[in-house]
Ligand binder design. Sequence first.
Ligand code: KMH
Ligand code: ZN
Length: 310
Amino acid sequence: MRTANKVIITCAPTGSIHTPSMSPHLPITPNEIAESAIAAAEAGAAILHLHARNADGSPSPAPEHFMQFLPRIKQSTDAVINISTGGSATMSLDERIAAAKACQPEVCSLNMGPLIFDFSAAGARVSEWKHPWEQPYVEGSRGRIMYNDNVFIERIMVEIGQAFGTKFEFECYDIGHLYTLAHFADKGLIKPPFLIQGVFGILGGIGADPRNLAHMVTIADSLFGTDYYLSAFAAGRHQLPFCTQSALLGGNVRVGLEDSLFIGRGQLAESNADQVRKIRTILEALGREIATPAEARAMLDLKGADAVGF
Ligand code: KMH
Ligand code: ZN
């Protein structure tokens, strides 16, 4: 693993798992997403991992929806903007990459293999759904696969990475995804340093057991040596413990309401910035310093905010 003195905090403010009925604090409108992302950056997030939504809160892949908040975030912060190509498992593959192709960001996510993406448990706490799309969307995730085959992965590397100099947040939900990443590195389609985002605790992927994170590091070290930075998080209540473990191992962290609506046991997070401040406090207590956006750009060898398409 490549280590640095500084820890990169990524914040993912909205995502596509959680729905408006699950928390009044989930940013939905372009204005809410922009304000929440900007506040997260001011609290210490160097990278913002972004999804867009329709007016009813359902996930949207439309570049025009991203463009309702990207320029404002760029004007208000120096944070690195990362556009999701995971989108939602309900979207077509072309829809999922449309925004990253149109906006040519410094970073986009790249999901390194297919998986059952079952987040139906997130609906258990909802007593009344605000919108008709939510319940079928959440409960229907039991029967959905997030489709990421090697042809699609290569398309993203070529059509976004090579075309625009965009680098990747490689989302790895299992150990096998590291081997797929190594396959593409061997083919020369991607250049180090790689940002490997270990994702734990999605039903369908590897579980939120700390031994799995240690194993991921062992295998990533054997495949990539010092050519990668680790970042890691777990969905739901394991979010902060997993981030802490990643930092203790020399890695980086990701927080945000995309992956957990909570800040403590049974306590909803009132903002993304609150989650950033909480992990920041933990990291600083452990003696780690927080990377600025400029330091994150230098670590990850990014093209710079002036070279994006928005
Ligand atoms: N919410 C994460 C578990 C992506 O946007 O590419 C999955 C994710 C995928 O962030
Ligand atoms: Zn995402």
